[in-house]
Design a protein around this ligand. Structure first.
Ligand code: PLP
Length: 406
């Protein structure tokens, strides 16, 4: 669409100059960041048709080429039928729970009952209480690692949605997704798996029968601690269509800049995660020998309750988080440990290239009551380490000096 009419004045010319050039005839090798909020069509009829058929690009909340590239990459990563991406992991979780709780053919999302893992990210527990329970959804929790407890809960609760993290935050307990998916399906429920900690490199839950997989893309997918985002991938086209329609109406969609950053992060996901897992395994083993450490939670340790399951499920990798408890369980010891770190960043996220340490009782699970934390086994002396891509010798040296101060 040519602009710049000869009669236009300079202010008008500058508003439109340089815009709407035809696409270059050579293809860029990386996906450009499409910032345009809206799109021009050949004529009014073409616009009308695009809106009617819901195809092509019309308005950025409905679809954006940079965002679509990330959705395609995540659909491939998780081997699903399609994806929707969101402004954060929490927005993605919310959308996944709504889509999973929307019965076939219905438009109004209304999960009647959600059965969730007891051991989950703190804000997820709060969301279930503050957004779903208050609107009449029954929320029940159980230990998803105990399949007898799952059977009993499915029988009594009769949920339409089951929600689990297959590697839980922060205790790193491992759930058998194939067994859970079979049980959920037999009970008429959809299974939603928050796979943030496992990443598609360790497991692809949709291939094991899960209905929806969720990621906080803020973590390993983007990997560099510089973008917030969330992803939901659906196993079937039916759930994908519900998810995408609801995503559009919820409006918490991802912006094109973040989509670009996360798409770039995905290119090195496998390299990063494999290296991070190798270092985490070494660090976990070393921590078990340290006198200042009371216990270590890591699925790669033979002492971990789901070690055999983790070995079968994750192809020899065990994740890049290591959770441990300091022997001296005082606030002063915990602060001393955090304040003495030199390389490891005492910051509340996970999955970055940087090694990060956080105290779940102070950060990710702060808003749970002390009773809720105790019930989940989250102690005040607990440290969650997210192992980065630095040389493992330097991470160990930092841990050694920080643990010795105590
Ligand atoms: N799921 C898990 C397992 C998380 O650890 C987090 C955040 O820490 C979230 C979901 C929420 O993600 P976001 O912070 O991107 O909203």
């Amino acid at each position: 669409m040519s602009n710049q009419q000869p009669e236009w004045h300079l202010p008008t010319r500058l508003v439109h100059a340089g815009e709407r050039a035809p696409a270059p005839d050579a293809t860029p090798t990386t996906t450009p960041i499409y910032t345009s909020a809206t799109y021009l069509h050949a004529d009014f009829t073409a616009l009308d048709e695009a809106l009617e058929s819901d195809s092509g690009y019309v308005y950025t909340r409905h679809g954006n080429p940079t965002v679509a590239a990330l959705e395609e990459a995540m659909t491939i990563a998780e081997r699903g039928a399609g994806a929707a991406v969101f402004a954060s992991g929490m927005a993605a979780l919310y959308a996944a729970l709504l889509a999973a709780g929307t019965p076939r053919g219905a438009t109004a999302p209304a999960p009647r009952a959600i059965l969730a893992a007891r051991d989950m990210y703190g804000a997820t527990t709060l969301m279930l209480q503050e957004f779903f329970a208050v609107r009449g959804t029954q929320i029940a929790t159980c230990d998803m690692c105990d399949l007898n407890a799952v059977d009993a809960a499915l029988n009594t609760v009769r949920p339409d949605v089951v929600l689990v993290e297959q590697i839980s935050n922060p205790l790193l307990r491992v759930t058998d997704i194939r067994a859970l998916a079979q049980r959920a399906r037999a009970a008429g429920a959809r299974l939603v798996v928050d796979s943030t900690i496992a990443t598609p490199i360790l497991q692809q839950p949709l291939t094991l029968g899960a209905d929806l997989v969720v990621h906080s893309a803020t973590k390993y997918l983007s990997g560099h601690g510089d973008a917030a985002g969330g992803v939901v991938v659906a196993r079937t086209s039916l759930v994908r269509d519900t998810l995408r329609r609801q995503a559009r109406l919820l409006g918490a969609t991802l912006g094109p800049f973040e989509a670009y950053q996360i798409l770039r992060g995905l290119k090195t996901l496998a390299l990063r995660v494999r290296q991070q897992c190798r270092s985490a395994a070494e660090i976990a083993k070393w921590l078990t020998t340290h006198p200042a450490v009371a216990s270590v939670h890591y699925p790669g340790l033979e002492t971990h309750p789901q070690h055999t399951l983790a070995t079968e499920a994750f192809g020899g990798l065990y994740g890049a988080l290591v959770t441990f408890e300091l022997r001296e369980a005082t606030r002063a010891t915990l602060s001393r440990f955090f304040d003495t770190l030199r390389l490891i960043l005492p910051a509340t996220t996970l999955g970055d290239v940087y090694t990060l340490a956080s105290a779940p009782a102070v950060a990710s699970h702060r808003e749970l009551t002390p009773e809720q934390r105790e019930e989940r086994g989250i102690s005040d002396a607990m440290v969650r380490l997210s192992v980065g891509i630095e040389d493992v010798a330097d991470i160990l040296a930092d841990l050694r000096q920080a643990l010795e101060v105590g």
